[in-house]
Write a protein of this length. Structure first.
Ligand SMILES: [Fe+2]
Length: 289
């Protein structure tokens, strides 16, 4: 009986707080205190479960342990058409084998941006799985078979990816949204409890902040959020979680710019190799096997 009693008490306390916060009978100062107490203790937070994926939608998250990159394999289970988001060169064979084993046809290898920390697997995948095409934002300046502008849809089977221009980490960053499945792939624009650095590749902290707040944080809060990297082993977040707990993006724009301008991060180790290769869709310097 102890647990039901406790949860009943906490429900009653929550209702009392909510009523007191908005009641005309509560003095203004006390209302202010209660609102602050509620937000500090997250009493009013409403976490809504994500919508289940549809039965014809395949989702698989893959990981590269060297660059801590997540690659996402998505497919239409009826037509078997598949896409890979942010493939990594060293893992292209793994990804190609998986696509083949599962009986999929790779239609596109999509890149959220021109990465500085690893070489894209797009170029090699095109050779391993002939017929597939590479995609990146036009604004990235990188070579690809298809260049996206904001709003250009990408389809596989009956599924549709909507494209959002979210520059800030780089000038060519895009986020990919699948509304029906309730998920967004944010690249390095929003990382779990963080965001990509903005001090190279024409990065701009103010643009990143504005784009996140106007285009990603305005999506339904229960949307799953999948980043391009995670260095702590967290695999998934949600729009609500990042709106609530992201230590940088919950700040004001000025505070955010201040934080980003004072990160003093070291020069990225692989940038001198990755950028020239990624500009060519990762097709030069492909491992010979
Ligand atoms: Fe990046």
């Amino acid at each position: 009986m102890r647990l039901p009693m406790l949860s009943m008490f906490s429900a009653l306390r929550q209702t009392a707080f909510q009523q007191a916060q908005h009641s005309a009978a509560t003095p203004l100062l006390l209302q202010k205190y209660l609102r602050k107490y509620s937000s500090d203790n997250n009493i009013n937070a409403k976490m809504v479960a994500p919508t289940p994926f549809s039965k014809d939608f395949f989702f698989r998250q893959l990981f590269d342990e060297t660059s801590c990159t997540y690659t996402y394999l998505l497919a239409d289970l009826n037509t078997k058409e598949a896409v890979l988001i942010d493939p990594v060169l060293e893992k292209a064979k793994r990804d190609a084998n998986l696509v083949t084993e599962l009986g999929f046809t790779l239609k596109y290898a999509l890149n959220t941006h021109m990465h500085a920390d690893h070489i894209t697997g797009s170029g090699w995948l095109k050779q391993l799985l002939p017929g597939s095409k590479s995609i990146i934002a036009k604004a990235s300046g990188a070579k690809a078979d298809i260049h996206l502008n904001e709003g250009d849809p990408v389809s596989f089977g009956r599924h549709r990816i909507d494209t959002l221009a979210t520059p800030g980490h780089t000038n060519g960053c895009m986020s990919f949204v699948i509304h029906e499945q309730g998920c967004v792939f944010t690249g390095d624009t929003v990382l779990i409890r963080g965001c990509g650095r903005t001090d190279f590749q024409e990065g701009d902290a103010g643009h990143l902040y504005d784009n996140v707040h106007s285009k990603i944080f305005t999506l339904p809060e229960n949307f799953r959020l999948y980043p391009a990297h995670d260095y702590k082993g967290t695999m998934e977040s949600s729009v609500w979680e990042e709106k609530t707990y992201n230590p940088r993006l919950t700040k004001t724009k000025q505070e955010f710019i201040e934080i980003m301008n004072n990160l003093n991060l070291p020069y990225p180790k692989k940038i001198d190799v990755s950028l020239p290769a990624n500009r060519e869709c990762g097709v030069y310097d492909i491992p010979k096997e």
